[in-house]
Design a protein around this ligand. Structure first.
Ligand code: ADP
Ligand code: MG
Ligand code: ZN
Length: 470
């Protein structure tokens, strides 16, 4: 049978704040275990939480960036369950009245509805070593926002591809808004995936299965593909889907049952008597809106309209905020967006794959791009120069002089001279086309070099020449 797939995402992101959500412990990654803890985040009896105002502001900022409505009154509730990484045996979260509701995020051509974004505290981290499990509470109490899409509203996410695009766009918006770093490898962004199938065209929703806490977009992609196939097989065999939570095992490439049926009632949510309701004024919202950093959508318009970049180039530059920031830093000193974006899209991105940092200063980079634009350095020599100063303290101009690559002619000039020689030596060219004798090519390169008084790069001339005659 043919099925329609319905996918709902619950995405957790750790907020960028100096301190934790309800105490003044540091919100830092990579500290030595249990060094950023206090009685509040360790759940000592009698310790009282104090809400971090910046965490609330960050949540509002996330909501505004995703076209959410902001609730004027938000409430913190206790979500009760026991697990060793949760010292209090309840998590402070939000249930009835989250900070943000009713947003949407554009994915391909669909505005995917967002049900809510709420603020809660993260749990500690369990570390398993052989037969021993250890707990690091440093992460316990770190402010976390959970975004929940509304799969029961149209349009919904229907494929693994759309889910990944949603997560990619979401990450991009959080990073640009300055809400969260979302470094997936550090567990700063994690997704739960809900999947159900229903017969094609049917209006009634199928039973959903949830896969919890999947790390990494590739794993999310594989987990969804796997789950769709698993449910298809069951339904095709006339079976029924059991509502359950499954754990995705990325190494094995399969999932297994964690627990069946778990509903919000099971958590016995109730308003936390230790925390007051949060009142959010229009003035506060307006202020956060005013200070919102430029988001990808707006920057994209600018890059296309003002800088004449193609849509593709704009997307390439915008994919990572660090790259876009670098582009803007370069633009401040060299007003040639096309040249800069070309160089960044090819040379810089090749060197910064896997989210490595940009390891050249805007000044040095611009010097190279400009020197090539002005014909002072050949393009290939410029690329080599960039590679040789990458990650060092070397200065582009000094290196170019040292390497003696600054006598070169611009591409345009070389092309013109090449044109001229090809016409003048038309007979020789015809002869080459018949005989394919490499010596003839050497002769032609020699002619070009003579004309440029040795200033061109002979290899480069040979490459261009071959392009023309072959
Ligand atoms: P739970 O209480 O089990 O976490 P929620 O109602 O909070 O369930 O929904 C979690 C996510 O699952 C949301 O994104 C929601 O839109 C989505 N969802 C709900 N029903 C379905 C369904 N039948 N198929 C796919 N996703 C669903
Ligand atoms: Mg859930
Ligand atoms: Zn603490």
């Amino acid at each position: 049978m043919q099925y329609d797939v319905v996918i709902g995402l619950e995405v957790h992101a750790e907020l960028k704040t100096k301190t934790k959500c309800f105490c003044s412990c540091k919100n830092a990654y990579g500290s030595s275990p249990n060094s950023n803890c206090c009685p509040v985040c360790m759940g000592f009896p009698g310790a009282l939480p104090i809400l971090n105002k910046i965490a609330v502001e960050q949540t509002i900022r996330a909501g505004l960036a995703l076209d959410c409505e902001i609730n004027k009154t938000a409430i913190f509730e206790r979500k009760n369950y026991f697990y060793p990484d949760l010292a209090k045996a309840y998590q402070i979260s939000q249930f009835e009245k989250p900070i943000c509701i009713n947003g949407h995020l554009r994915v391909f051509d669909k505005d995917i509805p967002i049900n809510r974004i709420h603020l809660e505290e993260d749990a500690g981290k369990l570390i398993h070593q052989g037969n021993i499990s250890m707990i690091d509470y440093n992460r316990g109490g770190v402010p976390l926002i959970e975004l929940v899409t509304d799969a029961l509203k149209e349009p919904h996410i229907e494929s693994a591809e759309e889910a990944i695009e949603f997560l990619t766009k979401l990450r991009q918006i959080y990073v640009y808004a300055g809400v969260a770093d979302c470094e997936v490898e550090k567990g700063q962004m994690r997704a739960d995936v809900n999947v159900s199938l229903r017969p094609k065209g049917s209006k009634e929703f199928g039973t959903k299965v949830e896969m919890k806490n999947i790390m990494g977009f590739k794993s999310v992609y594989r987990a969804i593909k796997y789950e769709i196939e698993r449910q298809k097989d069951i339904l095709d065999d006339g079976g029924k889907i059991v509502q359950e939570t499954r754990r995705w095992d990325n190494d094995k490439g399969e999932s297994y049952t964690l627990r069946t049926k778990e509903n919000s009632e099971d958590y016995r949510y109730f308003p936390d008597p230790d925390l007051l309701a949060v009142n959010i004024s229009d003035a506060e919202i307006a202020k956060i809106k005013e200070n919102m950093p430029p988001l990808p959508k707006k920057l994209k318009e600018k890059y296309i309209k003002e800088y004449n970049l193609t849509e593709y180039d704009a997307d390439v530059i915008l994919a990572e905020k660090e790259i876009s920031d670098f582009f803007n830093d370069c633009l401040k000193i060299y007003d040639k967006p096309k040249s800069l974006s070309n160089w960044i899209a090819t040379e810089v991105l090749a060197k910064t794959k896997n989210r490595e940092q940009v390891k050249v200063s805007a000044e040095n980079f611009v010097w190279i791009v400009k020197a090539v634009d002005e014909g002072k350095v050949q393009r290939n020599a410029g690329k080599e120069l960039l590679a040789s100063i990458w990650g060092t303290d070397l200065i582009a101009e000094e290196e170019a002089k040292k390497k003696g690559i600054m006598s070169g002619l611009s591409d345009d000039v070389v092309e013109k001279i090449l044109d001229k020689i090809l016409i003048e030596k038309g007979e020789v060219v015809s002869q080459y086309k018949l005989e394919k004798d490499p010596k003839i090519l050497n002769f032609l390169v020699g002619q070009v070099m003579k004309e440029t008084r040795g200033k061109a790069n002979a290899q480069e001339v040979m490459r261009k020449l071959k392009e023309r005659v072959d």
